[in-house]
Design a protein around this ligand. Structure first.
Ligand SMILES: Cc1cc2nc3c(=O)[nH]c(=O)nc-3n(C[C@H](O)[C@H](O)[C@H](O)COP(=O)(O)OP(=O)(O)OC[C@H]3O[C@@H](n4cnc5c(N)ncnc54)[C@H](O)[C@@H]3O)c2cc1C
Length: 651
């Protein structure tokens, strides 16, 4: 329990900057939902200039028995999907055939994450992700169906935070085939759940809540039997202040008052059932609250910590598919007398596709193993999500470029005219969403920045707070000065004189680079803190750059450790790691150079002017896309959400 007079790192963050009421509320809710676990994070240490390669070496290896279980499931799922599921037809018809869903159910794919004592398969995260990787390499929509159900849907939070009674009630149902979904986003609330408007009001006798509100883009919502829904419950006084409470509920989708208003249609993942759901006076028993009142956002964020590990696995699956297509095509297609993969511009793309796929795989397996070991992987999971989702997009783009016009042509069209129906166009559409869902890339960087700065806020938080008296500041000064007078010179020293890592063979120079750059990063972040104080949190581009460097360093370390395993060495993985690390080093150097304060200020001013409409003249000469807000006088009303018709959702 926090003492009222004890300042927290959160206070340091909130007190130092002028914020409007909504911004402050958002920050307070986000801060209250922080996990606060005090683990030794490998990636977190990089931001403090402490590279500890021993924490990831030797690279974890799957136990033989666990590997056998995974092999069997991957083989069965691969056989089923290769035989019965045409992903391009899913894309065309927006339907995953019932027989395929039933087939997956029979294999146990929808209960992989349910513990065995409740009728599930109790898979490790490694095996679960191996299966997801295989599915995603074939059909993104099917991967999302499975993942939304288990990575973020009811089984995951229930396993982590449910009471025994709750587990006994719902997990066996899920094991028998009940599909689930996770409903956090609302029309007005995406990255900022503090402004959520869905409410859950407790009945007078305390036995049930009345749920009211609209949830948007709930994947599996239209077909789910069970939903995890986040809603606002009555505010509480915390440390003398009224604090918003967000609570998580398990809701039976068949309850009176639950409506599916619209099935959304997207650029990619066209087979998913994703909907807008309305809740009107839905009676939810008090026993359906997971973890406790006010813990809903914390639950959502912690669920996502592990849940978002599926995305790197899915991205790795796509990367491997791209590699396979790029290899086959670039070796065969001859232009200007050479296979296109042998021209230097083609080779560069192939090297990037292969080496970054290797990097994605390394990061996916490390984080999956660490999840199985119950390590604190908040930072590493966010980095894995950020890195793999951005990288997969780049890889698909490179593959499309290598395929030329055929990359842009739909698979069905290629098939019809007798060509290899490689679905690069569909993969590009399916893949783009990964940098947006389960935390956008910008939000991942903000999340990482908060975690990266935490050690400094813990040490020097009192000095940053405006509401802390002079006496307290003076008292804090001694320990803070003692720490930084030793720590900062060690960063400077470490940057210029890192260990040689002689025992690391061909990868020694990359280890050395990570060590040196982690000192450089720590020192640069510290100098920015001194320069900007609490206002540093407003410098999103600068912080984002630091987070990108930290992420690159993390990935480089993992890549080296992965390439150093005996199996990988035998397979020549050191070459993949070498190419990856050299390109990462170039990106890191560029990120350190960054943009000047002046350049950034200029961009900020210009963006403000654009938003204020000073450059409307630049938009002249186009046929403006219609918008509800900009509808001309006399234009018809915007189409309301459809309750019936082709996009309504039959239950
Ligand atoms: C196909 C699909 C499936 C989905 N599935 C689910 C699901 O199952 N359950 C669920 O609850 N939700 C789901 N979502 C919602 C998804 O998680 C959100 O789209 C995502 O969280 C971003 O929210 P938003 O789209 O409202 O964007 P916004 O929050 O409006 O953000 C728009 C842009 O502004 C940026 N931005 C926002 N805040 C800041 C800030 N403070 N600083 C800097 N930049 C900022 C964002 O990074 C983004 O680039 C799904 C969405 C899609 C499209």
């Amino acid at each position: 329990m926090e003492q009222p007079d004890q300042p927290t790192t959160t206070d340091a963050l909130l007190e130092g900057v002028t914020m409007n009421r909504e911004e402050r509320a958002a920050m307070e809710v986000a801060e209250a939902a922080r996990d606060g676990a005090e683990g030794e994070s490998f990636a977190g240490r990089l931001f403090m200039g402490r590279y500890a390669p021993g924490m990831i070496a030797p690279f974890p290896v799957q136990r033989e028995e666990d590997r056998r279980i995974g092999d069997e499931m991957v083989r069965s799922v691969t056989e089923l999907l290769a035989r019965d599921l045409d992903p391009d037809e899913v894309d065309e018809t927006r339907t995953i055939p019932d027989e395929v869903v039933e087939g997956l159910k029979t294999l146990g794919v929808f209960r992989m994450k349910v513990p065995t004592e409740y009728g599930g398969l109790g898979f490790s995260q490694v095996n679960y992700n191996r299966v997801l990787m295989a599915i995603a390499s074939h059909c993104g929509s099917t991967a999302v169906l499975v993942s939304a159900h288990q990575s973020i849907g009811v089984p995951q939070p229930l396993k982590m935070f449910g009471t025994e009674q709750q587990k006994q009630t719902w997990l066996p149902r899920i094991a028998q085939g009940a599909l689930s979904a996770f409903a956090l986003t609302e029309p007005e609330v995406g990255s900022d759940p503090a402004r959520m408007t869905t409410t859950a009001e407790l009945s007078e006798d305390g036995s049930y809540y009345l749920l009211n509100g609209v949830k948007q883009w709930t994947t599996n919502g239209p077909i789910a039997e069970l939903l995890v829904v986040m809603a606002k419950t009555a505010p509480k006084m915390v440390r003398g202040k009224q604090r918003e409470q967000i609570t998580a509920f398990i809701v039976e989708a068949a309850s009176p008052g639950v409506e599916n208003l619209h099935r959304c249609d997207f650029m990619g993942l066209r087979g998913i059932q994703n909907g807008i759901m309305r809740f009107t006076d839905v009676r939810v028993p008090a026993a359906n609250v997971i973890w406790g009142e006010g813990l809903g956002l914390k639950l959502a964020l912690q669920t996502l910590n592990t849940g978002r590990l599926t995305l790197p696995a899915a991205c790795t699956g796509m990367g491997k598919q791209c590699l396979s297509i790029a290899r086959r095509w670039s070796a065969d297609r001859v232009q200007w007398g050479l296979p296109i993969g042998r021209h230097e511009a083609g080779s560069e793309k192939i090297a990037e596709i292969a080496s970054t796929t290797f990097a994605m795989e390394a990061v996916t397996w490390l984080t999956s193993h660490w999840a199985d070991e119950h390590r604190d992987i908040r930072i590493e999971a966010a980095m894995a999500k950020l890195f793999c989702s951005e990288t997969a997009w780049r890889i698909v783009d490179q593959t499309m470029q290598l395929r030329g016009g055929r990359g842009y042509e739909r698979a069905q069209s290629l098939r019809t005219r007798g060509e290899d129906p490689w679905p690069v166009e569909r993969m590009m559409r399916d893949c783009r969403i990964n940098t947006i869902i389960e935390g956008t890339s910008d939000i991942m960087r903000l999340f990482l920045a908060r975690e990266a700065l935490d050690p400094h806020l813990k040490i020097a938080g009192d000095l940053l707070r405006r509401d802390v008296g002079l006496l307290r500041k003076l008292r804090a000064l001694g320990p803070v000065a003692a720490f930084y007078l030793k720590w900062y010179p060690s960063q400077v020293w470490g940057r210029w004189f890192p260990p040689r890592y002689g025992s690391r063979g061909r990868l020694a120079s990359h280890h050395r680079f990570v060590d040196r750059s982690s000192h450089r990063l720590a020192a640069a972040m510290f100098r920015s803190m001194v320069r900007f104080g609490p206002k540093l949190q407003r410098r999103q581009v600068l912080l984002g750059r630091f987070m990108d460097i930290g992420t690159e360093l993390f990935v480089m370390s993992v890549v080296c450790a992965y390439a150093e395993t005996p199996d990988a060495q035998r397979a020549g993985a050191v070459a993949l790691a070498g190419v990856y690390c050299r390109s990462a080093r170039r990106r890191i150097r560029e990120s350190f150079r960054g943009r000047s304060h002046r350049e950034q200020r200029g961009a900020n001013t210009l963006a403000g002017d654009v938003l204020d409409g000073r450059f409307l003249w630049l938009e002249e000469g186009i046929i403006e896309a219609p918008g509800a807000a900009a509808a001309p006088d006399g234009a018809p009303e915007p189409v309301p959400m459809r309750m019936t018709g082709t996009d309504s959702v039959p239950r």
